[in-house]
Design a protein around this ligand. Structure first.
Ligand code: BMA
Length: 337
């Protein structure tokens, strides 16, 4: 008997509509819940004159078009973040110069070691940016904001080193701001679980809670949150990366989880299989082979469409698609929990 999707035709995403979301229907022969854009990669490594690679990057809807913050490693191999804009979310113009933040305290703001893996989150009245920030040579969660993608302001680091993959929630939860993060080490961390922290003011973070940890197979070495969590009637839909250690090094794939809306450290479902893994040539071959690393997702609440931006092989940026009803159904039906 044909399986019915209980969520089909229900409005599941709690959020705005985005009629111009980049989109391509699933190919008839695709058996997966997430499918790739046929013209991937959408951003080549050499889009700017100075870039060695443009990959783990974040985009948001902006004034009827799209804007974003992009990880561009330069030809000295410094890790920088650059602003970019696009009419359609597919063809991008990326600034050749890195973002110059305005800051009060050089101790925090001065460029040191690198800025990388940005996420962008619309929260209340502005776009907040979180990224992995070098503080005295050690990685932690940097924070900043912009109103207009022209001027960028840097805030205090959210946490002490060592931490990566800081991902804000797009609204207050129980009266507090919320952030996911992944405490790590100074190197290519061979461990890592996802934690939740809350803050009254986006400066002081505490009440840290364990969300979820490593599991079998593709997520057995470490995991980290990806795009801003998507609010749905079924919980926060969190797309995250997971890492397997093969005899040839790390393999980065991605999965999905549903977190409780009021207590996001409570995981209701998480996928045992990955939803996307490095399989295409541009995901398997590059500066770091075998990496898919999602950092952003656009959503349209009217149609349930999700467009996922991900870094591929630490070299280029790819785009993939999912339908929220199918992704939720898949997450529940293939859950580890
Ligand atoms: C992680 C981060 C990411 C990178 C990944 C694979 O530790 O540094 O920026 O995409 O490794 O190299």
């Amino acid at each position: 008997m044909a399986k019915t999707n209980k969520n089909a035709n229900r409005r599941l995403i709690i959020g705005p509509e985005l009629p111009n979301i980049p989109w391509e229907e699933k190919p008839n022969d695709c058996k997966d819940v997430v499918w790739r854009y046929s013209r991937n990669p959408v951003i080549p490594r050499d889009l700017t004159a100075t870039s060695n690679s443009i990959f783990n990057s974040a985009v948001v809807p902006y004034k009827g078009k799209f804007a974003g913050v992009f990880r561009c490693d330069d030809k000295r191999r410094r890790m920088q973040i650059h602003k970019g804009q696009s009419e359609d979310g597919i063809n991008w113009e990326i600034s050749a110069e890195p973002i110059e933040f305005i800051y009060d305290d050089p101790e925090i703001g001065e460029f040191n070691y690198g800025r990388y893996d940005p996420r962008v989150c619309w929260l209340e009245d502005r776009y907040y940016i979180t990224w992995c920030n070098g503080y005295k040579g050690h990685p932690t969660i940097g924070m900043g904001y912009t109103y207009d993608f022209e001027k960028f302001y840097q805030m205090e680091n959210a946490f002490l080193p060592f931490n990566r993959n800081g991902v804000l929630f797009p609204r207050k939860i129980r009266g507090k701001y919320g952030m996911l993060s992944r405490p790590s080490d100074d190197g290519h961390t061979p461990f890592g679980d996802i934690y939740y922290s809350e803050s009254p003011d986006l400066c002081y973070w505490g009440r840290h809670r364990y969300v979820m940890g490593r599991a079998e197979g593709w997520q057995s070495t470490k995991i980290g949150a990806g795009p801003t969590p998507i609010e749905t009637t079924e919980g926060w839909l969190m797309i995250y990366h997971g890492v397997l250690t093969s005899c040839n090094g790390f393999v980065y794939s991605a999965g999905a989880a549903l977190l409780d809306l009021d207590e996001p450290w409570k995981v209701m479902y998480r996928t045992a299989p990955y939803i996307i893994s490095p399989q295409k040539l541009y995901e398997c071959v590059g500066d770091v082979p075998n990496v898919v690393f999602p950092c952003a997702a656009l959503t349209d609440s009217a149609t349930g469409r999700i467009a996922i931006y991900y870094g591929a092989a630490d070299t280029v940026t790819g785009l993939a698609f999912a339908k929220v009803d199918e992704l939720i159904e898949f997450t529940k039906e293939n859950s580890l929990i």
